[in-house]
Design a binder for this molecule. Structure first.
Ligand code: ADP
Ligand code: ASP
Ligand code: MG
Length: 707
């Protein structure tokens, strides 16, 4: 079996470089037969082309001298004399040749030297004349001729010039600049080689041309199609026409570094190891800058987003592209040549130089408003999150109350909205069984007993983020046990969203508690429903009952609106707040005065609203009294220092009149406010803002996940 080794001009620029090539060949020739394709020594082809243009004899002499210099270093004695004579002879032939054939001599010089040296080292070597084998416009005939030429089993190494060929009409010609790669591919296909290795001066096909973008890195695996696309778009490390013959014969192409032969380089094959659509590289050709995406790209949304990103990246560099186009292979921008390098560097930095990313694996329980908003948010913000935080979000499991799906390869956010869940329970058990340590379990449910699995999840090394306040408003011993389990297992347990949705309330309180800043009082006006209704209500206007019904109809209340009036939800929130401040509050410690004097629980809905209507005079009177004192009525949950109580604090939930100097006086709509007095601070901490909304909650959950 053959391997084809192609050495470029950069690899055979001088005697030192040529010795390196000889070492590579020598070390590998033992493993099987080789076909070595050589380019002209670096700069030779250009020199021959200018020689053909005019008669600059000093340049010709310098070129001859470079070759003789290499010979002097590689050979001694009679071998040196023979090699030098041969090159001188070839040089005279070149000088006498027609102008358009001069350029074909560079590969003859270099490969004759190489073949002679390999033979001198004892390899059974044969030089093949590509001008007799490669027919520039007839690949079938080329294959036949090469196939026949490499038959001899007594030869270890065939050496052939790249670049040069003959036309059907018999005229010596070339395969175009960079064409040695193509020669190598033709030899590989014709000989049925098992690998085509291009040895060059860079460690593979890279994300950019390293000469312009020093931060460029090697792309380890590429498909033939992707490699060809990059080559066509200015990644001149590979001559694009070389891809086809190798692809059709199924021969992998390796791009390897002559200067560091043990580097793995790039492997180009039909089945590259990475399957995901990804950005491959940035290159430039003919005033067009290309950002290329792998051939497996799906959808154009990413491409459009990337186009906008390129535009802003370039503008930030002071570069104004004339036009930016989206294509199925990526993005093209027309730019001036003078800014090409700056543009390449900027785009490469933006797309290829992100810090290594950590992956956060997510299992999301709850497919209601908040769970869906979270999945949606993750889908939309993943790239930004990755750029800002270096963390990649990956959803591995999703469950609603009756179904779940787990896919350890990752569920794409597009699929996550409709993941095809099968009906079964046991989501948490399965998560415990299969989740990688360090994964995050997100509880977006309103389940009353999911919290019982938290400890087992934590013991499996899984972090917990919860927006479910029922999980936290459990008896204090159970709350304390969950917190202890988190500490013991080195996992985090976050639930910022359980009070005031997106407002950073719990974090602010626990910061104080952690630094021994003792809480003196907390006032929380955190019922969105009641804040909305109490804000709208004016005596003489629509009755309280009517406003509640309206709120119910617009989905603002609990399914049974009585639960908004009985203070239970506020109770859960004050328990969480108090505990976060280090106060071991239990339900029984909180004095709850419901908004309405009687529970009305026994009535059906219509009867309830009727009874509530009957209480209207009470509401009106209380509001009038408050207004007369310049106050507004708010439903307030509070905790304050009090001696003689079990916890040292008194906690209550009730309607309160607040004056215009009170932060809750100015609340709008469903806004929440929380006011914390603590021993280190002369003035209270006030946190106020939108407290509700699935989107806000989702953003808060995401923050908990990223911490
Ligand atoms: P050879 O003479 O070995 O054929 P070339 O000079 O033709 O080598 O190609 C190698 C050069 O290609 C590298 O030195 C590098 O500067 C340039 N190049 C341009 N784009 C890329 C890329 N994306 N990856 C690697 N090299 C590239
Ligand atoms: N020597 C030729 C050139 O410089 C062919 C090659 O190097 O691939 O274009
Ligand atoms: Mg080349």
């Amino acid at each position: 079996m053959f391997r084809v080794y192609k050495f470029g001009g950069s690899s055979v620029a001088d005697a030192t470089a040529t010795s390196r090539v000889l070492d590579i060949i020598g070390a590998r020739a033992r493993d099987g037969r080789l076909i070595v394709i050589g380019s002209a020594i670096g700069g030779c082809t250009d020199a021959l082309l200018s020689l053909a243009d005019g008669d600059d004899s000093s340049a010709a002499a310098a070129l001859l001298e470079r070759h003789l210099g290499i010979i002097r270093r590689l050979f001694t004695g009679a071998e040196r004399a023979e090699a030098s004579d041969e090159i001188r002879r070839l040089f005279d032939e070149m000088l006498a040749a027609p102008a358009d054939e001069k350029v074909t001599f560079g590969e003859l010089f270099s490969t004759r030297i190489l073949a002679r040296k390999l033979a001198a080292e004892g390899f059974r070597t044969r030089w093949l004349d590509s001008r007799a084998l490669v027919i520039s416009d007839d690949t079938v005939e080329t294959c036949r001729r090469i196939g026949a030429a490499v038959q001899d089993p007594d030869i270890d190494i065939f050496v052939a010039p790249g670049f040069i060929a003959r036309t059907k009409e018999g005229k010596v010609t070339t395969l175009g600049r960079g064409g040695s790669d193509y020669s190598a591919a033709l030899y590989a296909a014709a000989a049925g080689a098992d690998a085509l290795c291009k040895w060059t001066d860079v460690p593979g096909m890279m994300t950019a041309d390293r000469r312009k973008v020093p931060a460029a890195r090697t792309i380890p695996f590429l498909s033939y199609g992707d490699a060809e696309t990059l080559a066509l778009r200015g990644a001149k490390v590979l001559y694009a026409p070389a891809v086809r013959p190798a692809m059709e014969a199924g021969i992998p192409i390796h791009i390897l570094n002559t200067f560091c032969p043990s580097d793995p380089g790039t492997v180009i094959s039909a089945t590259p190891a990475t399957g995901a659509a990804e950005w491959l590289g940035v290159s430039a050709k003919d005033h067009i800058l290309y950002l290329t995406r792998s051939g497996l790209a799906e959808g154009t949304e990413d491409i459009r987003t990337a186009a906008a990103r390129i535009e802003s990246t370039l503008r930030a560099e002071g570069i104004a592209p004339k036009e930016i186009r989206c294509t199925e292979r990526g993005i093209e921008a027309d730019i001036k040549e003078s800014v090409e390098t700056a543009a390449l560097i900027a785009i490469h930095r933006d797309f290829f130089e992100t810090a290594p990313v950590d992956t956060i694996d997510l299992f999301i329980a709850g497919a209601g408003a908040v769970g869906s908003a979270l999945v949606d948010l993750i889908g939309r913000s993943r790239e930004t999150v990755e750029k800002r935080t270096g963390k990649a979000l990956r959803i591995l499991g999703i469950a609603d109350s009756r179904h779940y799906v787990i896919n350890l390869a990752g569920i794409r956010p597009e699929e996550a909205a409709n993941p095809g869940m099968t009906e079964r329970d046991g989501f948490t058990e399965e998560v415990i069984r299969v989740a990688p340590r360090g994964a995050v379990f997100v509880d977006c449910t309103d389940s009353i007993d999911l919290y019982r699995s938290y400890t087992a999840l934590m013991e499996a090394g899984i972090h917990i983020v919860s927006s479910n306040r029922r999980s936290l408003a459990v008896p204090f011993v159970e709350y304390a046990a969950m917190k202890a389990a988190a500490l013991q297992n080195g996992v985090s347990f976050r639930y910022e969203t359980t009070v005031g949705a997106a407002l950073p309330i719990l974090e602010s309180i626990s910061r104080g508690a952690n630094s021994c800043d003792e809480v003196l009082s907390i006032e929380a006006v955190v019922s969105c429903t009641l804040n909305q209704i109490l804000g709208e209500y004016t005596p003489g206007g629509p009755s309280f009952a009517r406003l509640l019904r309206k709120a119910q109809e617009s989905g603002l209340t609990e399914p049974d609106p009585r639960q908004d009036l009985d203070g239970k939800d506020a109770l859960r929130k004050i328990l969480i707040l108090g505990r976060e401040a280090g106060i071991p509050l239990e339900e029984a410690d909180v004095e709850v005065t419901p908004l309405i004097p009687e529970p009305l629980d026994h009535l059906d809905q219509d009867a309830f609203y009727k009874a509530l209507e009957g209480m209207e005079p009470l509401f009106a009177k209380a509001f009038e009294q408050a207004a007369a004192q310049g106050c507004r009525r708010r439903f307030v949950a509070s905790i304050e220092r009090a001696s003689g109580t079990r916890t040292g604090y008194r906690a209550c939930i009730r309607m309160a009149d607040v004056g215009s100097s009170h932060p809750a006086y100015h609340l709008r709509g469903t806004e929440n406010a929380i006011i914390v007095q603590s021993s280190f601070h002369p003035y209270p901490l006030v946190i106020q803002g939108a407290g509700e909304g699935a989107r806000q909650a989702a953003s808060s959950i995401l923050n908990d996940i990223l911490k």
